[in-house]
Design a protein around this ligand. Structure first.
Ligand code: E4P
Length: 217
């Protein structure tokens, strides 16, 4: 399972990247706002840090404008994946940018039908949003399973990038289905380490060690 980090917080990316846990990064306009940084500047910094794909999102609504913005973003670094929304214009931009050799991440996917269109339009990544479906009481995990089945039936090469991940359980469930990539906030990735029995076991070992009166080294 490839790990992308869903943030524009350079320090948070660096911490995980230093552990070899970062296969790529995803950003969006809301994450750029949260980082409080200039999009070009922060994206360049992330691209210098991380070897894998770094998604940077267009904000235009018309295909020709998305293509223009996508080309500007792609100039930031070789590892930019241009992120376009799952609209008809977004699919046109996906086809054009992909035909020119750019990686394209089609975002805001909420149905298998949309995912089929993105694959047909040459998307490198499709980003189905799990958490936002859960928010409206639909099953985001089912969406990943449906897309996996359809893509495998036809050998589509578009990679499934499970997005809008809010919990460790989301990561485990999409891993069982066989998502290609997950993108999650750093805090969710770091919370994967937690287990109550690990804490309890460590507490017991520390207490017993203190009773031995020994020191290592
Ligand atoms: C994906 O690329 C998006 O940036 C992200 O996963 C959205 O997550 P959210 O629904 O928690 O905002």
């Amino acid at each position: 399972m490839k790990f992308f980090v869903d943030t524009a917080d350079v320090d948070a990316i660096k911490e995980l990247n230093d552990l070899g846990m970062v296969d790529g990064v995803t950003t969006n306009p809301s994450l750029i706002l949260k980082a409080g940084r200039d999009i070009t500047e922060v994206t360049r910094e992330i691209c210098e840090l991380v070897d894998g794909p770094v998604s940077a999102e267009v904000v235009a609504e018309k295909a020709e404008d998305m293509i223009r913005e996508g080309k500007i973003l792609a100039k930031i670094a070789d590892n930019i994946a241009v992120k376009v929304p799952l609209t008809w214009d977004g699919l046109k931009a996906c086809r054009a940018l992909s035909d020119e050799g750019h990686m394209v991440n089609v975002t805001l996917c909420f149905s298998p039908a949309q995912a089929i269109l993105a694959a047909k339009a040459g998307a490198t990544f499709i980003s189905p949003f799990i958490g936002r479906l859960d928010d409206i009481h639909l099953d985001g995990i089912d969406l990943i399973a449906d897309i996996r089945e359809i893509y495998d039936n036809y050998g589509y090469e578009t990679q499934i990038l499970a997005a809008s991940i809010r919990t460790v359980n989301h990561i485990i469930e999409v891993g069982k289905i066989g998502t290609d990539v997950i993108t999650a906030p750093p805090a969710v990735i770091k919370s994967m380490v937690k287990h109550v029995l690990t804490d309890k076991g460590l507490e017991q070992f520390n207490a017993d060690w203190a009773k031995t009166g020994q020191k290592i080294g």
